[in-house]
Design a protein around this ligand. Structure first.
Ligand code: PLP
Length: 462
């Protein structure tokens, strides 16, 4: 452990004795003391007592400006009034039920389809992005009768068995190794990985494997891979190649859906996939994900007759649970009614934050690259990720973000995290996303926290 890390850990431990004790207790009964790897940072996470808007409060009484915002699901911040009210009305009615079809799910499906404006597409709900991605792959395989899947290096689609390759960067193999134990080796042979935004490589892979590919799945705005937008040429090429070889094109919009406009970011690119995946914010903070695809593919879910032709997409016990659907509907109604204000506001704050952070580090002579920038297609971005380059790089690919020879990944993931926590700011992967609950004054406060961090980095460098 270096001196700075030691200093930060000591300061963090001093502030959070109750969380430390609870983590110890949790570790006795829960694997590694919790339920999600990303929430279990070192030396231990703080435990949350309450959350409202831009802020969370831990059980030791400290408040943090939060940019994790429910794994990027909370575009209106934590605990937004409009969702709370919608759920309160439902609870007051006192008619909870589980496991029946309701009008609310129809309304949510209509809302999503209306935002996309496609003919002959259908929706099926489930409860997580992981499940949505899994079902989309199964539907593609069922429809095409093929078994190979192509994905992007650095692309994360949840812990779907079909897609757990090329998620993490491993020195030596880069983004091309299996990411999980517990899966048949056969699976991995049939998952192919291509470089993000590399049209040349995409053409080569389609030429070689096109007739074997069931689907090409990608995020038009790659999330964990570094908050980077695909180029419009790349998405168009993906569409053309998929058409030429009869491959199902899947856009994973679980992060980007309704984040940049009140629809999929695909509408800005004007590229129409065969299947889109939505999740996170379409549930208004509840467990909702949706597979939205061309009707003829989606009909595979309920194909009558031959068992082997039917894709077992049942959604799950809590699929389209009324409470979740109500929250999702309240969210999408709100976003579509106010999109003219919401997205430019988030974009303005995002630009200020990215610029302010960069300047704060520059003033201390520390080079940073802040990804999450807009491109020629998407005018507003509420994302930011602070990277510390070790060598000159363009920061246009997940390789630049995750190769430890290019970026100081440890500094971004662990050191920066603790330094910001002791300055009252909570980030993941060096940054996160904004919500409409974040005020301009809080952005300035956040920039100050990064400036304080930069000064600390400088001090410990000397
Ligand atoms: C792009 C993308 N796809 C899929 C998923 C998986 O969603 P979930 O965590 O709801 O299973 C995530 C989660 O972060 C994601 O970012």
């Amino acid at each position: 452990m270096n001196k700075l890390q030691q200093y930060l850990e000591t300061a963090y431990r001093k502030r959070t004795p109750k969380s430390a004790a609870l983590f110890e207790r949790a570790s006795k009964v829960m694997v590694r003391g919790g339920s999600h790897t990303l929430r279990l940072w070192k030396p231990y996470p703080f435990f949350v007592e309450s959350a409202r808007g831009s802020r969370v409060k831990d059980i030791d009484g400290h408040e943090y400006l939060d940019y994790w915002q429910g794994h990027y699901a909370n575009i209106l911040g934590h605990n937004p009034e409009i969702i709370r009210k919608s759920l309160e009305r439902y609870v007051k009615k006192g008619t909870f039920h589980t496991g029946f079809e309701t009008v609310v799910q129809v309304e949510l499906a209509e809302k999503i389809l209306k935002s996309l404006k496609y003919q002959n597409y259908k929706v099926r709900f489930t409860t997580s992005g992981t499940l949505a991605a899994t079902y989309a792959v199964m539907l593609s395989m069922g429809f095409t009768g093929r078994e190979y899947i192509l994905k992007v290096g650095g692309g994360w689609h949840g812990a779907s068995p079909y897609l757990l390759k090329g998620v993490k960067y491993y020195p030596g193999s880069g983004f091309n190794a299996p990411d999980s134990a517990g899966l048949p080796a056969e699976f991995y042979k049939k998952i192919l990985v291509t470089r993000f935004n590399d049209g040349h490589q995409l053409e080569k892979i389609f030429k070689k494997y096109g007739s074997k590919l069931a689907a090409f799945i990608l995020e038009p705005f790659i999330g964990v891979g570094g908050f980077l937008f695909c180029s419009p040429e790349y998405l168009k090429l993906a569409r053309n190649l998929s058409d030429r070889y009869g491959v199902i094109l899947i856009f994973d919009e679980i992060i980007s859906g309704f984040r940049f406009l009140a629809s999929g970011v695909q509408k800005l690119y004007q590229v129409q996939p065969d299947i889109s995946l939505f999740g996170k914010l379409i549930g208004g903070g509840q467990a909702v994900a949706a597979v939205v695809g061309r009707s003829e593919i989606m009909e595979g879910c309920e194909k009558p007759g031959a068992r082997e032709l039917r894709v077992h997409f049942e959604g799950g016990t809590f699929s389209s649970h009324e409470e979740y659907m109500r929250a999702g509907l309240a969210m999408l109604d709100y976003l579509s009614e106010r999109q003219k204000d919401i997205y430019p506001y988030l974009g303005r704050l995002g630009a200020r934050l990215r610029e302010g952070i960069k300047k704060a580090f520059e003033e201390e002579g520390i080079e940073v690259v802040c990804t999450g920038e807009v491109n020629e297609i998407v005018p507003n971005s509420s994302f930011f990720m602070v990277n510390f380059p070790k060598k000159k790089a363009t920061y246009e690919t997940p390789e630049d973000i995750w190769n430890p020879e290019v970026s100081d990944v440890f500094r971004r993931e662990e050191i920066l995290k603790l330094a910001l926590l002791i300055n009252g700011v909570h980030v993941v992967h060096g940054g996160g996303c904004l919500s409409t609950a974040h005020r301009e004054s809080e952005i300035e406060k956040t920039i100050q926290a990064y400036a304080e961090t930069a000064r600390l980095f400088r001090k410990f460098q000397e």
